[in-house]
Design a protein around this ligand. Structure first.
Ligand code: BGP
Length: 472
């Protein structure tokens, strides 16, 4: 067996963690904030609304101090568009801007780099009512919002992310609550039209960042997973290759090269779901260049060929479509992998594979903006939270990230999900991800006290040793 010396993590490696505004801030109707689509949507059954969340709006000083105690070099948070511009395209809410300005200062006070996501699933409701991302004007409003952020925070914030998981917004927007399918005739076409406008907005915002932010670095933040074929049968391999293009490369090819992935274009053509492209759009798309690729990684996907001859209604939405398309590919369970309490497959080696695939295709440095284990944590009688399962998950993923560095992947940083407990997309407070426990339940707000979990102390050591000591 060959063994080799690990390459160390880069000296300036950005260790930190992530959150998003609507899932952790709370204060959803305070200090002039306008409603977002998340505030008005019907919460998933058994889960709370976003009014209070983790109440970071009122606890940010304490939260950042705890992150500093862990030794964070970076904190990835998102800006709520409707806190800064309540209607999305109207007047600016100075109080909202002040909040983010203070949050940035608080990070910098401890030497923590803010990594700011501009849009994480929380479109201003007023824009949604006008047709949301289905209208080109939404892209214009986003560009204006970005300008406001660059003008006000650009001298202090060096790292920016455009849109969180644009691929998930496109593939499963109706499930995330960001897409209202009511009255839409061809849902697929509408989703890919929205995607086109997001792409246009992203390209322009990337260019703008380089113009307006001295030393500014910006990138997209999709959710990327290696896709395995269910067997080595060439038809299965082809199915996996196509699904990977649809799920992953379509978004990154556009962000990096400004081109529509040829296979996905033809897949959309087959479904009558091609977006309308105006004159000049392709030039705009080619004009934005990311400095790095950020991506969220939770698991891999596995697909087999699908030989059904019946094509689904091309204009409809079916949540199974995220990993299955009759006649082309079908998502299957990977029997080799353990799963989380919520059935998500756990695949640390798949993380190394994914990192290598992304780096081989795009040759840009990578920052991981989400990775983590959702679990039902319990506060023990002595007040501690013994989340060894989370430590093990993170250990195994960091080990594989280290191996990817050995492989030659250029890594900028690692921000697991999540810095503190927050409201999960579908499971509320039942499913926790944080290093810091937030003392509340789904419907009992308790005292919102912050408790350092066992993983808090473990991650502190990982950061202090720059990833050299991962032991529990
Ligand atoms: C990502 C989202 C996050 C977060 C995470 C965990 O897709 O960017 O916002 O929620 O998934 O998912 P969940 O909350 O469903 O467990």
């Amino acid at each position: 067996m060959m063994s080799r010396q690990h390459k160390p993590f880069p000296a300036d490696f950005l260790w930190g963690a992530s959150t998003s505004a609507y899932q952790c801030e709370g204060a959803s109707d305070i200090d002039g904030k306008g409603p977002s689509v998340q505030d008005v949507k019907e919460p998933f059954p058994g889960t709370p609304d976003f009014k209070v969340a983790s109440d970071q709006y009122h606890h940010y000083k304490e939260d950042i101090a705890l992150m500093a105690e862990m030794g964070f070099k970076v904190y990835r948070f998102s800006v709520s568009w409707s806190r800064v511009i309540p209607t999305g395209d109207g007047p600016i809410n100075q109080k909202g801007l002040d909040y983010y300005s203070d949050l940035v200062d608080e990070c910098l006070k401890y030497g923590i780099q803010p990594l700011v996501t501009m849009y994480h699933f929380d479109l201003p409701q007023a824009l949604a009512e006008k047709g949301g991302w289905g209208r080109r004007e939404c892209a214009d409003a986003f560009i204006r919002f970005a300008k406001v952020l660059f003008e006000n925070l650009g001298s202090r914030v060096k790292y920016w992310l455009t849109i969180n998981e644009q691929n998930m917004l496109t593939l499963v927007g109706p499930l995330i609550g960001t897409f209202n399918a009511e009255g839409v005739k061809n849902i697929q076409k509408e989703l890919y039209q929205q995607n086109h406008y997001m792409m246009l907005a992203q390209a322009q915002v990337m260019a703008l960042c380089h113009e307006m932010v001295p030393g500014g670095k910006i990138g997209p933040a999709p959710n990327i997973s290696a896709v395995y074929p269910a067997s080595c049968l060439p038809e299965d391999v082809k199915a996996a290759e196509l699904f990977s293009a649809i799920r992953n490369w379509f978004y990154l090819d556009m962000a990096v090269y400004g081109v529509y992935n040829h296979q996905v274009w033809s897949f959309l053509e087959m479904q009558d779901a091609l977006p309308e492209i105006a004159e000049g759009d392709m030039e705009i798309l080619a004009s934005g260049h990311p400095d790095f690729i950020a991506f969220n990684y939770y698991n891999t996907g596995t697909v087999a060929r699908d030989e059904s001859t019946e094509m689904p209604d091309p204009g409809s939405f079916d949540q199974q479509r995220i990993a299955s398309f009759p006649g082309l590919y079908r998502g299957v369970k990977n029997g080799n992998l353990p799963t989380t309490q919520w059935g998500w497959e756990i695949d640390p080696i798949g993380f190394r594979n994914t990192l290598n695939q992304v780096y081989s295709r795009y040759r840009l440095p990578i920052i991981i903006t989400e990775n983590g284990l959702g679990a039902k944590d319990k506060v023990e009688a002595d007040g501690s939270v013994q989340d060894d399962y989370r430590i093990e998950y993170l250990q195994r993923h960091i080990e594989q990230m280290q191996l990817a560095i050995d492989d030659g992947v250029e890594m900028l940083g690692y921000c697991p999900w999540s810095a503190i407990d927050l409201i999960s997309t579908h499971e509320g407070f039942e499913k926790r991800y944080g290093f810091i426990y937030v003392n509340r339940d789904n419907f009992d707000l308790k005292d919102l006290r912050r408790i350092r979990k066992k993983s808090f102390f473990w991650y502190k050591k990982v950061i202090a040793t720059n990833g050299a000591d991962l032991s529990n």
